[in-house]
Ligand binder design. Structure first.
Ligand code: PMP
Length: 381
C-alpha cells in the first residue's frame, strides 16, 4: 500500500529529494560531495533566515546531536535557563543536567506556552550564559510566542539558543533579525529530507565563545567541525568524522526545491495546510491540543474523547495514513499527533481528514461522515 506519512518526523517524502540521496557510495572529498555540502550550508542559512556572518554546521546524527553540540559554547559553572513547553523543551534539561552547568527551568502546562511574565518572575536578579527555548514543541504542537519570549530572554541572557527542529522550513525562523544566536534543526522534519543530520547556525557572538576549554566532548565539538564546514564552503574537502553523505545529497536537493518554491510560498503553504487541518478537526467536533493562537503550522495534537490512541493509530494505518502517537503525559485523557510539514499539500490534509473521520468513528468517537472534510474545504474556499 502507498501509505501517507503524516507523522511529526520523519515527514512526508519528496521523490526528487529521496532520489538525490539514493546513489552509489561516494567519498566525502569528491567534488560532487563538497558541492552538495557547500550548497546545503548555504541553503541552511536561507531556511534559518541568516546571512554570511552566521556559521552553519551540518553534523552526523539528528536534532538531538545538534542540541548536544551546543555544549561547545558553554563553560564549567555557567548558568543556563531552559524554557520548556513540553517533552522536547525538557530534553534541554536532560542534556545539560549531564554537564557541569547550573540549569534553571521555566515550564508550561501541556498545550500551553511559557509566558513573558513567567520568565520575569523566575529570572528576577539572575543572569545566564545561555537560554534555551523550543520554537514548535512537537509533543503538543504549541508554537512559542517567540518575539515576546525573546524580549525577556535578551534581558537576562548572553546567548539564546532556539530549537527549530519542528519549525525550520515550515515556520518563520528569521534568526538573525530576531537576535537568536544559535538555531538548530534536523534533516527529517520541515526541510523534508531523510534522517541522518543535525543542522545548526551560530552567530558571530556565539562563535566567539567557541573555545578549547568548552564543555563539549569530542565528536559533537563544533570546534572540531568548524574547519571542515569552512573548507566545504570554500570548495575544499576535509575530514573530521564521516558525514551523512547520502543525506547531504538529499539536503542539497531539498534546499534547491525550497529556494525554487521560495520561503514565503512555503510558509504560506504550511499555514494553509495547518489551517485546513484544524478547521477539519473542529468541524468533526474534536479539539486540538494547543491553546488558541499558539497552534503551530507544522504539528497538531488531536484530543481524543471516547477513544484510545492505539486504536485510532492502528485503524488509520490500515486505512493508509500513518500518524504519530501522543507522548505528553499531561494531555488527558489521550491524543494523537499529526505532522504536516515539509512537502505537505492540501490533498494530503484532505486524505488525512477523511481517514481520521473513519478511524475515530470506528474507535468510539461520534463523528458524522465528511464533516471534517467539509469544514476543511470551506476553510480553503
Ligand atoms: N526537538 C524537537 C522540537 C523535536 O521535535 C525533536 C524530534 N522529534 C527533537 C528535538 C529531537 O530530534 P531528533 O529526534 O532528530 O534527535
Amino acid at each position: 500500500m502507498n501509505r501517507l506519512l503524516m507523522h511529526v518526523g520523519p515527514s512526508i517524502g519528496n521523490r526528487d529529494v529521496l532520489l538525490a540521496g539514493a546513489r552509489d557510495n561516494i567519498g566525502f572529498a569528491t567534488k560532487d560531495f563538497v558541492q552538495a555540502m557547500g550548497d546545503s550550508l548555504e541553503g541552511l542559512r536561507m531556511v534559518m533566515g541568516v546571512g554570511g556572518k552566521f556559521q552553519p554546521f551540518i553534523l552526523p546524527g539528528s536534532g538531538t546531536s545538534a542540541m548536544e553540540s551546543v555544549a561547545s559554547f558553554l563553560h564549567e559553572g555557567d548558568r543556563v535557563l531552559i524554557i520548556t513547553n513540553g517533552i522536547f523543551g525538557n530534553r534541554w534539561e536532560g542534556i545539560f543536567s549531564r554537564y557541569r552547568v547550573k540549569c534553571d527551568v521555566v515550564g508550561a502546562e501541556a498545550g500551553e506556552s511559557v509566558t513573558p511574565d513567567m520568565i520575569r518572575e523566575k529570572t528576577e536578579g539572575s543572569h545566564y550564559r545561555m537560554s534555551f527555548m523550543t520554537h514548535v514543541e512537537t509533543s503538543t504542537g504549541v508554537r512559542a510566542p517567540v518575539d515576546s519570549l525573546l524580549k525577556e530572554l535578551k534581558k537576562v541572557s548572553d546567548l539564546i539558543t532556539v530549537d527549530g527542529v519542528a519549525s525550520a522550513g515550515g515556520e518563520l525562523v528569521d534568526a538573525e533579525k530576531r537576535g537568536i544566536d544559535i538555531c538548530l534543526t534536523a534533516s527529517q522534519k520541515a526541510i523534508g529530507a531523510p534522517p541522518g543530520a543535525g543542522l545548526l547556525v551560530a552567530s558571530e557572538k556565539a562563535m566567539s565563545q567557541l573555545a578549547d576549554d568548552s564543555l563539549a566532548g569530542y565528536s559533537l565539538n563544533l570546534k572540531n567541525w568548524l574547519p571542515i564546514m569552512k573548507g566545504m564552503e570554500e570548495g575544499r574537502g576535509g575530514y573530521f568524522a564521516t558525514p551523512p553523505i547520502n543525506t547531504v545529497f538529499s539536503l542539497q536537493e531539498a534546499f534547491r526545491l525550497i529556494a525554487e518554491e521560495t520561503m514565503a510560498a512555503r510558509l504560506e503553504r504550511h499555514k494553509m495546510a495547518s489551517g485546513m487541518l484544524r478547521a477539519g478537526i473542529r468541524g468533526m467536533g474534536m479539539e486540538v491540543v494547543a491553546g488558541e493562537g499558539i497552534e503551530s503550522n507544522t504539528v497538531t495534537g488531536l484530543r481524543l474523547k471516547n477513544s484510545k490512541q492505539k486504536d485510532v493509530l492502528e485503524k488509520s494505518m490500515k486505512l493508509g495514513v500513518e500518524f504519530g502517537s501522543g507522548v505528553h503525559p499531561g494531555v488527558k485523557p489521550d491524543y494523537i499527533r499529526i505532522g504536516h510539514m515539509g512537502w505537505v499539500q492540501e490533498h494530503h490534509v484532505l486524505r488525512a481528514l477523511s481517514v481520521l473521520e473513519r478511524s475515530l468513528k470506528a474507535s468510539g468517537e461520534s463523528i458524522k461522515a465528511a464533516e471534517g472534510v467539509k469544514a476543511a474545504q470551506e476553510f480553503i474556499t
